[in-house]
Design a protein around this ligand. Structure first.
Ligand code: HEC
Length: 85
């Protein structure tokens, strides 16, 4: 029984983390990279499906014209972006 509860808790946590990444993306990245990471002509390139470690590095260190973005859940956002198709 204990194991079942632990497994359920893990699934619930993973779902919450993913949702969180999506919400943060919408608030902090969408205006430049598009709702589904498809990029926007005015602001920035497509980033959907990029490797999570590259995305994470870009969030924390910035790159070229993009300044670092201060967010608590950068890892979740990176995972969310990597999962976009
Ligand atoms: C103000 C607009 C703006 C916002 C907001 C923004 N970006 Fe960017 N982003 C850019 C621009 C411009 C580039 C291109 C940088 C360059 O190469 O000069 C870029 C590049 C990137 C790249 C590509 C890096 C590479 O190696 O090619 C990734 C990944 C990325 N952004 C992720 C994100 C994520 C995730 C967020 C939200 C946390 C975000 N960006 C928010 C403008 C933005």
């Amino acid at each position: 029984m204990k194991r079942v509860i632990v497994a359920l808790a893990a699934v619930a946590f993973a779902t919450v983390a993913y949702a969180d990444g999506a919400a943060t993306y919408a608030a902090k990245c969408k205006m430049c990279h598009g709702a589904a990471g498809e990029g926007s002509k005015i602001h920035a390139q497509a980033i959907k499906g990029m490797k999570a470690d590259v995305v994470l590095k870009t969030i924390t260190e910035g790159k070229g014209k993009m300044k670092p973005v201060k967010i608590e859940n950068a890892k979740e956002v990176a995972a969310f972006v990597a999962g976009l198709k």
